[in-house]
Design a protein. Structure first.
Length: 195
């Protein structure tokens, strides 16, 4: 019987699965989607390939799990932070602040790597669905603020936010990037109101 590294077998399995997902994200970010194979993920996590198959049936299954693991945690962090926001302007600020904090913590890395990858159609559909869910509070705040040309403005500001997340992930100061991003977002919303 193999040794377990947790108080219970169930906890051990959760830890092993988490280790595999962490290894898969590292491989995905470093080398792309084709690097995420059961053998490579197992090796990176310190597990034999047969052990990986206790958790995932294929590389595509691992990628699906990465998608399902990455977004819900970030979406939940956003949801909790937005609960205490008072009105759409504060919701917009909170969304930007939390998104950039999550980027600094590495939460955006899997999504960015997956978005650039050639994934099976069902994975891409799920990725789009979860991304829309994540962007919904941002879009709702812009709508409630009466932003004209809502879709275009949201797309442009989404690009600003993506660039800001990239800057934070590359080591730029979280505080400086956050304040500059908030200035740009607020100016875009204000200029729409003054038109």
């Amino acid at each position: 019987m193999p040794k377990i590294s947790a108080p219970t077998v169930a906890e051990h399995r959760v830890r092993q699965r988490d280790a595999l997902l962490h290894a898969a994200v590292d491989l995905l970010v470093a080398a792309g989607v084709n690097a995420v194979t059961p053998a490579a993920v197992g090796a990176a996590a310190g597990l034999a390939r047969p052990s990986v198959y206790q958790y995932f049936s294929s590389g595509a299954d691992i990628l699906s799990a990465v998608i399902e693991d990455a977004f819900p945690r970030a979406n939940e962090a956003l949801r909790l932070a937005l609960e205490s926001a008072d009105g759409p302007a504060e919701e917009l600020d909170t969304y930007v602040r939390v998104s950039l904090r999550l980027a600094r913590e590495g939460a955006h890395r899997p999504a960015a790597a997956l978005s650039a990858a050639q994934l099976p159609d069902e994975c891409m559909a799920r990725l789009r669905e979860l991304h829309h869910e994540q962007a919904a509070p941002f879009l709702r705040a812009l709508r409630e603020l009466g932003t004209p040309e809502l879709e275009l403005t949201a797309q442009l500001l989404g690009g600003v936010l993506e660039a800001a997340m990239g800057a934070v992930e590359s080591g730029a100061s979280l505080g400086a990037v956050t304040e500059r991003t908030l200035t740009l977002v607020r100016a875009a919303v204000r200029s729409d109101h003054s038109s």
